[in-house]
Design a binder for this molecule. Structure first.
Ligand SMILES: NC(=O)c1ccc[n+]([C@@H]2O[C@H](COP(=O)([O-])OP(=O)(O)OC[C@H]3O[C@@H](n4cnc5c(N)ncnc54)[C@H](OP(=O)(O)O)[C@@H]3O)[C@@H](O)[C@H]2O)c1
Length: 293
């Protein structure tokens, strides 16, 4: 199959690129905004036609959660209008769209893991635009798998893990919120799961929503403490409340996602969050070592 990956320079797209190197089953076409702006309908159509795309994995998104509060039109364009452009192209070319969404579509007032068909209630511009993207894809009639994930991190780009490690080098103590509960996701594990979903389903008709994170649920404070510990930093992590750390966009207090559906459908086991965090920090350390040699 011919697979188009959009937003390939981001955290998830980079992990898919690593997997594709050793994949002999498919032809991969990697694009980012400089080579394929997913808001550009004509360019998307040309790409699908020219490369005879069978599957599109949309890793492109507007992901700056707080900034989105000041740029709602741009966030809506990239997170909702552009996925519709991709969905329409998939419908026309009978291709499968694998689209990534977020735990931020949920309200955050639950006390047990969100199932894929639970009612959404986004609390932020980012969450609302991602929810609208999901809605437009479902309405398009194309074959789709929407995969919601959360707290994504990797060894590239900006993310919580890299920020904590950097603070661990420069601060003696930091404050981190201890009343928001969720699940971290190593982008590598998500990329592996997407390929498993793809190989399982092929081009068969599908209209499904899945959840994928690493196993286990923790607070941001737990996460920061583990990052310092595994990263060998002595920086102390103090627990604080969300009220003590105001942000422009409201975050869900609870955004744990139920993983049963993807585990059954794709036949996968999902690594525990801590196990994957260790691997990501090892990768970061070996990269640091290589660059210092
Ligand atoms: N990061 C998280 O914590 C998190 C949590 C839950 C869900 N998600 C979802 O997971 C997916 C992957 O996230 P990620 O962290 O890998 O994102 P990312 O690192 O921000 O990467 C997104 C990529 O998309 C590119 N892009 C932006 N606008 C584009 C356009 N119009 N056309 C083509 N490419 C465009 C970006 O380029 P520029 O950098 O130049 O803008 C960037 O390379 C997204 O759908 C996101 O909403 C992420």
């Amino acid at each position: 199959m011919n697979i188009l990956v959009t937003g390939c320079k981001g955290q998830l797209g980079t992990e898919l690129q690593k997997i594709a190197i050793s994949d002999t089953l498919h032809h991969w076409y990697f694009t980012d905004v400089d080579t394929l702006d997913i808001c550009n309908k004509d360019a998307v159509e040309e790409c699908f036609t020219h490369n005879q795309i069978d599957v599109c994995i949309n890793c492109a998104a507007y992901t700056a959660v707080d900034k989105a509060e000041d740029e709602p039109e741009l966030a809506m364009l990239v997170n909702a209008f552009a996925p519709k452009v991709l969905a329409d192209a998939c419908f026309k070319h009978q291709a499968l769209l694998i689209h990534i969404s977020t735990d931020y579509v949920f309200g955050g007032d639950a006390n047990e893991p969100y199932k894929t068909d639970d009612t959404i209630n986004p609390q932020s511009v980012y969450g609302s635009t991602k929810a609208e993207g999901e809605r437009l894809i479902r309405e398009s009639g194309c074959n789709y798998m929407i995969v919601r994930t959360a707290w994504l991190y990797s060894s590239v780009g900006k993310n919580f893990v890299k920020t904590m490690l950097m603070l661990g080098d420069t601060k003696d103590e930091i404050n981190v919120v201890a009343d928001q509960r969720g699940c971290p996701t190593w982008a590598h594990d998500l990329a592996v799961a997407l390929v498993a979903l793809l190989n399982k389903n092929g081009k068969n008709e599908v209209h499904e929503t899945f959840h994928f994170t690493n196993e286990g649920q923790i607070t941001w404070h737990d996460f920061a403490t583990a990052i310092m510990e595994i990263g060998g930093k002595t920086c102390k992590v103090n627990p604080i409340t969300t009220d003590q750390y105001p942000t422009k966009a409201k975050r869900p207090a609870f955004s744990v996602l139920d993983l049963n559906k993807i585990k059954e459908y794709a036949g996968i086991e999902i690594p525990d969050w801590r196990e994957s965090l260790v691997k990501c920090i090892e990768e970061l350390n070996s990269r640091l070592l290589r660059s210092s040699q």
